[in-house]
Design a protein around this ligand. Sequence first.
Ligand code: FAD
Length: 339
Amino acid sequence: MFSFNMYLHSEGFMLRFARILMCMTVIEHINQAKDTLVSFEILPPLKGKGIAAIYEHLDPLMEFKPAYINVTYHRSEHIFKKNADGSFEKVVIRKRPGTEAICASIMNRYNVDTVPHLICGGFSVQDTEDALLTLSYLGIDNVLVIRGDAAKNETAFEPDPRGHKYAIDLLKQIINLNNGVYLEEELKSTNKTKFSVGVAGYPEKHFEAPNMQTDLLYLKQKVDAGADYIVTQMFFDNKKFFAFEKQCREIGITVPIIPGLKPVTTKKQLMVIPRTFYVDIPSELSNEILKCRDDSEVEKIGTEWLLTQSKELKAAGVPVLHYYTLGKPHVVVNVVKEL
Ligand SMILES: Cc1cc2nc3c(=O)[nH]c(=O)nc-3n(C[C@H](O)[C@H](O)[C@H](O)COP(=O)(O)OP(=O)(O)OC[C@H]3O[C@@H](n4cnc5c(N)ncnc54)[C@H](O)[C@@H]3O)c2cc1C
């Protein structure tokens, strides 16, 4: 019979124990690192695909020992479904559910820390508290706090009537929970969560902000409210990142600033990326891409560009190189192996 004592000495127990010991927050990883770290960001699979799609995506990336893996959050959408009688019905669908569970699965499979994204959109404050408690019970003490964009049927972002309007409001809820303050204030002797929180920053300004100074002011407010670090929107010109970093330091933001990096791999992205993310593609890069005969040539140019960006940022001493891998892990592999 397999006794509990035997279990305590088994490999399974040791592995699980090791997992508990190594659970670290992003800021702990940064503080303990002697060199620039790497981290990867992935999307949950489309509903119907299964978790194997995530493992196939991550397997080749894990040999580079990322400090942590981010998993994005995707809110539900309203669509209008046509019925047999010709009428339309409003239905809610969620194409990429499962962020929290995917984080737990990745931790279990690869023994690596994970950072789920948590958004304001579509969440009431109560839903948010429940999601945070789920994460805390799973041993996930990292979270990237994001407002979220407008839903497909909205012209501008609309918060849940009982939810948060800005990322800072969600951040404050987490800081409260870290201090043992729950929504039900009458709860006594509460457990204090220990979330390390990251927030988003925009080297080329958030598209809704009237100007860079105002955007930076709101970013500083997020940091002053308790954010431990900033992860930037993707950029393709390092000068923009360095200028942003300088402006942040000048207004007293001292937390680590992590550059977000993405490869360009198709000609179509020359239009899609600026339109979707409100960032510029430098003419040196777009001119080279326009000369390409097909997307395999674009991928080569995009890979070289990303490698040059990464090397320069690493030489400048950034804490982490954060790669948006978005369906193209092999491109990121080809970059990171050269660093
Ligand atoms: C690293 C990164 C990861 C992302 N991950 C996801 C994801 O997983 N899922 C997803 O749906 N989206 C994601 N996004 C996109 C994000 O949701 C959008 O960029 C969104 O429009 C803004 O989010 P935020 O957290 O920066 O918002 P906020 O910080 O709330 O800022 C939004 C806008 O409001 C302004 N503002 C901020 N505070 C105030 C205030 N107190 N009063 C008035 N104005 C204010 C800001 O200047 C800005 O223009 C990500 C973006 C980045 C950069």
